[in-house]
Design a binder for this molecule. Structure first.
Ligand SMILES: NC(=O)c1ccc[n+]([C@@H]2O[C@H](COP(=O)([O-])OP(=O)(O)OC[C@H]3O[C@@H](n4cnc5c(N)ncnc54)[C@H](O)[C@@H]3O)[C@@H](O)[C@H]2O)c1
Ligand SMILES: [Zn+2]
Ligand SMILES: [Zn+2]
Length: 391
């Protein structure tokens, strides 16, 4: 089959690789009909994620048609149309019983390596590092889906792929980020980033009762999308002296009640000393994370507020403002999304017409154009906000 293969930093190609086969009775094989590129994929493309190996197949936002099932899969049949969550969960272990699916303790065969780094290992992920299982991903013609008996969500209506595809990741991620922000009715929610995840955070913040949403980025078309589809007020961080001052002015000097960091480890510098130092450290491999947006969110958040962090971080973050966090009484919540917890209720919202997540899509292209589109997406060229590939 054809698949997007990682060869190293900034080096991807569409190669012929072996077709996946059923390995466990709980597996299914799906033929991919649509598959997206995510900001998390950029951490692999840009070479910041540890544990990648030459030949890894990328992609974790897929959907398609079931073509084969293992003997223990009774919930799916050949021909079913499914969306596949980006994390792999067994549905039965200690963590899955608590609906902490991204913490599943049975699906990461490389758990010892990850535990050494993080204390305890996260669940397996499709198309990601060998710290999370090294599972071949879904930017391919076919995908082996472990725990197909639990994870995939069947799409029984005739909604087009574009409307349901993002149940695989970014819609649940935006929703969980807003839920983690502890939004109370009427709260002011500030969101760092206007990428695809942030756009889903904006939509979710309104649905969870925000009174005001302020979105921060520097890419004009992303800010425009946050205004038009997200009805958000916006701040272009490249055009203001201090985001902090602007947010304070907008909130009677208190700061936003709830702050969401939807940027993660690859924040762009805004001239702050911390951002310059992060950049040098990342370039010289002395550090992995450029945590400027996170520090700014903690600094700007009002006393007693919540900072929710869907943005992905990789390793150690220094210059972490623990003094301010402690003295202001902030709550921080974060995590890889427990996707399976949200797929059903969020599908219902799509079916009921409460939201159509396809508004973020700017590019629908053949799989073969994938490697070039990684660059287009990363460099924000051609108005690119979200890419969907068709194998
Ligand atoms: N928690 C999860 O399970 C989960 C799932 C999906 C994605 N993510 C993560 O969410 C993050 C966003 O993903 P995405 O697909 O939207 O990526 P993206 O790269 O398209 O978006 C990031 C946005 O942040 C903006 N930005 C950069 N520096 C900034 C700063 N200092 N202040 C404000 N904005 C800034 C960029 O201009 C860009 O628009 C990534 O870190 C990704 O890995 C997490
Ligand atoms: Zn993703
Ligand atoms: Zn589990």
């Amino acid at each position: 089959m054809r698949a997007i293969v990682w060869h190293g930093k900034n080096s991807l190609s569409v190669d012929n690789v072996p077709d996946p086969v059923i390995q466990e009775p709980t597996d299914a094989i799906i033929q991919i009909t649509s598959t997206a590129i995510c900001g998390s994929d950029l951490h692999l493309y840009d070479g910041y994620m540890m544990g990648m190996e030459k030949g890894d197949v990328l992609g974790h936002e897929p959907m398609g048609i079931v073509i084969e099932t293992g003997s223990a899969v009774t919930n799916l049949q050949k021909g079913d149309r499914v969306v596949v969550p980006f994390n792999i969960a067994c549905g039965q272990c200690f963590f899955c019983q608590k609906q902490l699916y991204s913490c599943c303790e049975t699906t990461n065969p490389d758990h010892e390596k990850a535990a050494k780094m993080m204390g305890h290992a996260p669940a397996g992920l499709f198309g990601y590092s060998h710290l999370t299982g090294g599972y071949p991903g879904g930017q391919a013609e076919f995908l082996r889906v472990p725990h197909a008996d639990f994870g995939p969500i069947k799409i029984e209506s005739d909604l087009p792929d574009e409307k349901v595809l993002f149940l695989s990741d970014i819609f649940p991620t935006g929703w969980m980020a807003a839920e983690n922000a502890d939004i109370e009715p009427g709260d002011t929610v500030a969101i760092w980033g206007c990428g695809p995840v942030a756009q889903m955070c904006i939509q979710s913040a309104w649905m969870l009762g925000a009174g005001r949403v302020i979105a921060i980025d520097r890419v004009p078309e992303r800010l425009a999308m946050a205004q038009k589809f997200g009805r958000a007020e916006t701040i272009n961080f490249a055009e203001v002296d201090e985001v902090y001052d602007v947010l304070n002015e907008m909130t009677q000097g208190r700061g936003p009640d709830r702050c969401i960091d939807a940027v993660g480890a690859e924040a762009h510098e805004t001239g702050g000393a911390d951002a310059v130092l992060d950049k040098v450290k990342a370039m010289t491999m002395l550090g992995t994370d450029r945590a400027h947006a996170l520090r700014q969110a903690l600094y700007c958040c009002r006393k007693g507020g919540t900072v929710s962090v869907p943005g992905v971080y990789v390793g150690m973050v220094d210059k972490f403002p623990m003094g301010g966090t402690m003295n202001k009484g902030l709550t921080i919540k974060t995590g890889q999304t427990h996707t399976q917890r949200y797929t059903r209720p969020l599908l219902q919202k799509i079916e009921a017409g409460e939201i159509d997540p396809s508004f973020v899509i700017t590019h629908i292209r053949p799989l073969e154009e994938g490697p070039a589109l990684y660059k287009t997406f990363r460099d924000k060229e051609d108005g690119c906000i979200k890419v969907v590939l068709k194998p």
